[in-house]
Design a binder for this molecule. Structure first.
Ligand SMILES: C[S@@+](CC[C@H](N)C(=O)[O-])C[C@H]1O[C@@H](n2cnc3c(N)ncnc32)[C@H](O)[C@@H]1O
Length: 355
């Protein structure tokens, strides 16, 4: 009996290692199905009718070609990760529909999805850096991304219009559904008149916040000049170009969403000090960022946050994801004295800093 228990536990461990060893097949398969437009071929504006690999290829590659058996192998793998649902027909044909996770990859009525984010995180310049992860430990002075991309910093890499377009699309695709949902529950903008969004990309968060909170009469979208160069004009919003480590425009509330984890403690403290300077005595800084739990667990949330953290370390160098305590300490060092946290979304947490 005891021997059987030991065997079962070793068997489970061996299986786990086999699964981890081929983990690369998972993001690569997600990228492949996005490139082949499989989610859109199945979703078809919301019908989500189960299709076989051959039927998917007939939509995805209308000029013919493609190997249905290979596509089916990819779809079966992703079914085991709950991206597709498999339907085994009585004639032996396997069909696939999208699960709730898979639907995040299909283009919605506004032309948005999470697919650009997946493509952005798996593009060649990033993929080249992963085999050098060990160097981030041995020689952290130059992050793997720079080492393999001719010394170019990941942020500088976004001077190419195609890269900027993918980057912006990735964040709009993630931000829009997130903002729509959380604004039903988070009311921290209700007394604000002028809101500054630091690192606001093309201004989409600000625009959604201002739609929901018409008390905000002036929105300032603050981002790097190369990102703002392609930002659309939005009602009530002024785009201001600059670097938050040097300066932040004034408002009665300042938001930094998904920005701090891209910066070292020193840079983050500088940015928060600049936010403090930009606020009146009764103003507030709202940070919305992934927050690490103090204790590591096996939840999907912790895996998503830690995966993002190692991604930042590999691509951007010293930057890091922080715990609630670390954010609070940075806030105090920047001049804030009160701190409150709102866990509404499972990934991005709202934190308010007051004088
Ligand atoms: C991860 S994106 C988040 C975009 C947006 N806030 C969102 O949540 O979708 C980070 C943004 O910060 C901007 N950014 C990076 N460094 C910055 C700096 N020093 N000053 C101002 N903005 C910066 C980037 O250009 C990018 O638009």
């Amino acid at each position: 009996m005891e021997g059987k228990k030991v065997f079962q536990s070793q068997n489970k461990s061996r299986l786990a290692i086999l699964s981890l060893s081929n983990m690369m097949s998972v993001p690569s398969s997600v990228v492949a199905v996005i490139q082949l437009k499989v989610p859109d071929a199945i979703f078809q504006g919301g019908s989500n009718v189960a299709l076989s690999a051959a039927e998917i290829l007939a939509v995805a590659l209308p000029n013919g070609g493609g190997e249905p058996d290979n596509l089916e192998r990819i779809l079966r793998l992703l079914t085991s990760y709950d991206i597709f649902e498999e339907h085994l027909c009585s004639n032996g044909v396997r069909k696939f529909s999208l699960t709730e996770i898979g639907k995040c990859l299909a283009t919605d009525e506004e032309g948005l999805s999470y697919s650009p984010y997946v493509l952005q995180h798996n593009q060649d310049a990033y993929m080249r850096a992963w085999p050098c992860l060990k160097d981030a430990v041995e020689n952290p002075s130059v992050e793997p991304f720079r080492k393999v991309n001719g010394g170019e910093h990941a942020m500088k890499y976004y001077t190419n219009p195609n890269q900027i377009a993918l980057f912006n699309k990735a964040f709009i695709g993630m931000t829009s559904p997130f903002m729509r949902e959380v604004l039903e529950f988070y009311d921290g903008f209700k007394e604000v008149q002028t809101l500054v969004d630091v690192g606001g990309s093309t201004g989409v968060s600000l625009s959604l916040i201002m739609d929901k909170f018409p008390n905000i009469t002036k929105g300032i979208n603050f981002d790097l000049p190369q990102i703002l160069a392609s930002a659309p004009q939005l009602p009530g919003i002024t785009h201001v170009a600059g670097d938050a480590t040097e300066f932040v425009p004034s408002g009665d509330a300042v938001m930094m969403k998904w920005l701090c984890s891209g910066f070292s403690d020193d840079e983050c403290r500088k940015m928060m000090k600049n936010c403090h300077k930009a606020l009146p005595a009764d103003g507030k800084l709202i940070i919305c960022d992934p927050v690490l739990p103090e204790l590591t667990d096996e939840s999907t949330r912790t895996k998503a946050i830690l995966g993002g953290d190692v991604f930042m370390m590999t691509m951007y160098g010293t930057k890091k994801t922080r715990t609630e305590k670390q954010f609070k300490e940075l806030g105090i060092a920047a001049g804030f004295s009160r701190f409150s946290v709102f866990y509404i979304d499972s990934y991005l947490v709202f934190m308010e800093f007051h004088n």
